[in-house]
Ligand binder design. Sequence first.
Ligand SMILES: *Cc1c(COP(=O)(O)O)cnc(C)c1O
Length: 397
Amino acid sequence: MYQNYKQYLQAELTLIKEVGLFKNERIIISAQGAVIRVADGNEVLNFCANNYLGLSNSPALIEAAKKGLDSHGYGVSSVRFICGTQDIHKQLEASIARFFGTEDTILYAACFDANGGVFEPLLGEEDAVISDALNHASIIDGVRLCKAQRYRYANADMDDLETQLKTAQAHRFRLIVTDGVFSMDGNVAPLDKIYALATKYNALVMVDESHSAGVVGRTGRGVTERYNLRGKIEIITGTLGKAFGGAIGGFTTGKQEIIDLLRQRSRPYLFSNSIPPMVAAAGIKMFEMMDESNELQDKLHRNTAYFVERMKLVGFDIKPTESAICAVMLYDAKLSQEMAARLLDEGIYVTGFYFPVVPKDQARIRVQISAAHKTEHLDKCIAAFTKVGKDLNVLMC
Ligand SMILES: *Cc1c(COP(=O)(O)O)cnc(C)c1O
């Protein structure tokens, strides 16, 4: 049997290579950070991590993780409801709820699991999910696992959302679901308008804050802070794997009864292991740091404004962004790959994206800014972009 199957797999892999979509992993041999060492021994500046607050290699978090390792051990070898809940898991859940101004939180191994386990227990056949077309893959998969009817609206298109809401009026309950920040463009979901439509058409709202938590809003509390909607949104999901230290872990936070029911029925919570104690311990420390100071958020916001302003001055076409994601538009797939390769030669690590990850003829390089970047890092990145951009003739002035 395997011989036949192997031939099938080899043909699939060849096909992926032929259309130029084969993904290679680049090996990093240092810790994650603004400066990383890659497998050939070279140091490069990293502009493609979700390390928005620069906490991936934070000495304070490493120390908190070590303490957690000493006090609570390496692993808990259990799902939460059997014997996998330690005091620090409960403390972390409370920290997350405090951060977002919500009533309670439930932890998962990852946000992929939070999204995978949120729809099915909460909605039935007679209900409707109304989802932004550019929502994350984990939301799409989570929606597929539930029996509710599915509606889709064009990205951040409020006219289309209103049309879908009207069509969905006959259902028992309606849930609008959106990413807080869309990962390819860096745009923020218009949550004020979504909330107004939800109120008008009697719907619940869920926001995935994975790319927005720690980033959007003056104190990085996410899109609910940006739009003055703290405590008003029924369901927020998010990750500990991006701005919040980047280790592992996801969560759903929101209304008490919703979290209560998820603890009873959410399958990735009931049938998957608890996060490691050291991750819980470092997470608690991380949210304490967020409460104590706004330094990292301020630095991130300054860095992003600095980068975008100067890149535009040089003549790059940058999508309007309200996050730490800057899409440098090139429109041509091959150009995006060549530009990324040339930038790596210049010591700048970025990724080029093209169809089907972004729409056809919308190829781009995605630059992700971090609070860990120093001004000299940003300047070096802008200089390299300028040099390569001139060589490849992509500057608008
Ligand atoms: C990254 C991301 C996830 C997945 O988070 P993990 O914790 O890494 O599983 C889910 N949703 C969105 C919007 C994301 O950007």
